[in-house]
Design a protein around this ligand. Structure first.
Ligand code: IPM
Ligand code: MG
Length: 361
């Protein structure tokens, strides 16, 4: 049966990195009998330019009709002056919400070959293997009321709402406990329970669910400020970190730098009925169109898609092994490279992964 993928390249470097991921999928198609078809759609600024909305109906119809979504990145200075609902980021939030993608998995694994690419000491990062499980469709990103209002004294007031319901906390905590069972069996739940009621309640619900159904997993709690510090001080203490939308956004960027570059980190966003895969980095408008971006996060996102949605662990392992092999061979894009003169292009990196895949056949 043909696997139907919705491909949403988006903005900035999005089209370049997605093109390399497609090359990899095409090798699976040609050499490994993986029956895949692509349907392209627009999202973000590109969608606004083409159809007047960052998540237009055409894209909505497309993604509802596919087995999984592969997304590049959205955003760029060109669209910053637009009102909020028209901006590229609004398109990304809209597709996450529309598809109910509440669980965002962001694995941070230090590749031994890249230990010198990190700004942290090798002995601190060697062996780091963390799964950040970020809640993705609620919290302060979506809470109402929100806005900027005029005050009687002539000032304005900007405000947002941080809220979590019992079921929203339970379903993401469940995903974290289940992920931990397949890993090292430890969950650290990150909150700001000492100040924010909503996350104090988060802690209560996680603790109760743990006692009721997941007592075999070890559970700890940490305040987010401490977690930010511990990630740099001793990242190896973490297995699965589960947290709110905003804290997960921040901590996953921080965790990515343990690996040397945010250009290495894939992600999976999963709901009851849909799944979307994307690199965690943004659209990098400063290097867009220059063939300099690192496509590995997107290629590794394809591996996550093969594993989690398409039940092709075998192909996922092959893609990941091909990436390791290319890193072993010393190939580095500019983000990973101390010496820019020897950095390879986005397309060379993608081609090298394809070559390694073919050789591994
Ligand atoms: C991410 C990004 C997005 C987010 C932006 C682009 C809206 O930073 O996926 O981490 O904040 O979720
Ligand atoms: Mg982010």
């Amino acid at each position: 049966m043909t696997v139907n993928l919705a491909i949403l390249p988006g903005d900035g470097i999005g089209p370049e990195i997605v093109a390399e991921a497609i090359k990899v999928l095409n090798v699976l198609k040609a050499d490994f009998a993986f029956d895949v078809a692509y349907r392209y759609g627009v999202i973000g600024g590109a969608a606004y330019d083409a159809e007047g909305s960052p998540y237009p109906d055409s894209t909505r119809a497309l993604v509802h009709d596919c087995d999984a979504v592969l997304l590049g990145a959205v955003g760029g200075p060109k669209w910053e002056p637009l009102d909020k609902p028209s901006r590229p980021e609004a398109g990304l939030l809209a597709i996450r919400a529309d598809l109910g993608l509440f669980a965002n998995y962001r694995p941070t694994k230090v590749h031994p070959q890249l230990r010198d690419a990190s700004t942290l000491k090798p002995e601190v990062i060697d062996g780091v293997d963390i799964m950040v499980v970020r809640e993705l469709v609620s919290g302060i990103y979506f809470g109402q009321p929100r806005g900027v209002e005029e005050l009687p004294d002539g000032q304005k007031r900007g405000f947002n709402t941080l809220e979590y319901t019992t079921s929203e906390i339970e379903r993401i905590a469940r995903k974290a406990f289940e992920a931990a069972r397949l890993r090292r069996g430890q969950v650290c739940s990150i909150d700001k329970a000492n100040v924010l009621e909503s996350t104090e309640y988060w802690r209560t619900v996680v603790t109760e669910l743990h006692a009721k159904e997941y007592a075999d997993v070890s559970l700890s709690h940490m305040y987010v400020d401490n977690a930010a510090m511990q990630l740099i001080r001793n990242p190896k203490q973490f297995d699965v970190m589960v947290t709110t939308n905003l804290f997960g956004d921040i901590l996953s960027d921080e965790a990515s730098m343990l690996t040397g570059s945010i250009g290495m980190l894939p992600s999976a966003s999963i709901g009851e009925n849909f799944a979307m895969y994307e690199p965690i980095h943004g659209s990098a408008p400063d290097i867009a169109g220059e063939n300099k971006a690192n496509p590995l996060a997107t290629i590794l996102s394809v591996a996550m898609m093969l594993r989690y949605t398409l039940n092709r662990e075998d192909l996922a392992n092959r893609v990941e092994a091909a990436v390791e092999q290319v890193l072993d061979g010393g190939l580095r894009t500019a983000d990973l490279s101390a010496d820019l003169a020897t950095a390879v292009s986005c397309s060379d990196m993608g081609e090298a992964v394809c070559q390694a895949l073919r050789e591994g056949k």
